[in-house]
Design a protein around this ligand. Structure first.
Ligand code: ADP
Length: 270
């Protein structure tokens, strides 16, 4: 029947027989849809008042120098917080677009060097002297996907590596390809993560500890976005980490989405 969602599971009962379980999950599905709609609508509605607040703050900032010190600090604080809220709303909207499959971007062949160059340009100004960020992306490596989504996923991993390496250290971004997959990986020598937290890292707003993340400007949605972007690209996230030693986040893409040769030549022969 239309509008009814069923979940079917089979298990081997004995040598010849199977048990089939059928569960009506329509209500669960409707509740999940309501949650997604609510998040999408609320995030969208929050954009307008925030734009107005930001507009007034910009005007106030122009006259900042003539105001008392305490008000000047207040304006800087409000500007920081409204920027944080803007990032949160953008992330919530992106996540709900990914979840609902709404307004999806077209997939195309993308040159990894170009994608990584843009990430590098944004990341470099945020590094401290004790960080060393290096990219090892072989020439003519291509990935088939949505530019903005992949940019978002990869840059989240790079910015996390920087944020969670407060003492600095090497951060290595790599692209490797073998017969099974193309792998984008980000390796850091930062705080690391206790293995018991790893399964929950891609949940919305999950943080390893409350202190970690709150002062870093993160929204708590970065890895949830990474997870959903990868689902849309038939890719998988692998996390390896050791507390106090560092972490490696790798995205494994299937071979039909990756190419390791000059694109024009291969497209022409398609
Ligand atoms: P946030 O905005 O808090 O960074 P994320 O979803 O990107 O949100 O990450 C979730 C949590 O995973 C972070 O709060 C942090 O505790 C942990 N985490 C993510 N990346 C790293 C990393 N490279 N090293 C250590 N911890 C990390």
């Amino acid at each position: 029947k239309e509008g009814v969602y069923l979940e079917v599971q089979t298990t081997l009962y004995d040598q010849n027989d199977h048990l089939i379980f059928v569960r009506d999950v329509t209500r669960l599905h409707l509740l999940e849809q309501m949650r997604k709609d609510f998040v999408a609508n609320a995030s969208h509605e929050l954009k307008t008042p925030l734009t107005v607040i930001k507009g007034y703050l910009e005007t106030l900032s122009m006259f900042k120098d003539s105001l008392p010190q305490s008000m000047q600090r207040g304006i800087v604080n409000m500007s920081d917080q409204s920027l944080r809220m803007e990032h949160l709303i953008e992330d919530l909207l992106l996540l709900s677009r990914l979840e609902t499959n709404d307004k999806r971007e077209a997939h195309q062949w993308l040159k990894l060097e170009d994608l990584c160059e843009t990430i590098k340009k944004t990341a470099l100004p945020t590094l401290s002297d004790s960080h060393k960020l290096s990219f090892d992306i072989p020439e003519n490596s291509y990935i088939y996907g949505a530019y903005n989504e992949l940019y978002s996923a990869f840059s989240n991993l790079v910015f996390n590596a920087i944020k969670y390496s407060p003492e600095g250290g090497d951060i290595q971004v790599q692209w490797t390809q073998n017969e099974f997959s193309g792998i984008f990986s980000v390796d850091d020598q930062g705080l690391g993560i206790d293995p018991r937290h790893i399964p929950r890292l891609t949940e919305r707003f999950f943080r390893v500890d409350k202190g970690r993340g709150s002062g870093t400007g993160g929204t708590g949605l970065g890895l949830a976005i990474v997870k959903h972007v990868l689902i849309h690209h038939n890719a998988k996230l692998q996390i390896r980490s050791q507390p106090g030693t560092g972490s490696t986040f790798s995205c494994h893409f299937p071979t039909d989405r990756v190419r390791q040769e000059a694109l024009l030549a291969t497209v022409a022969s398609d």
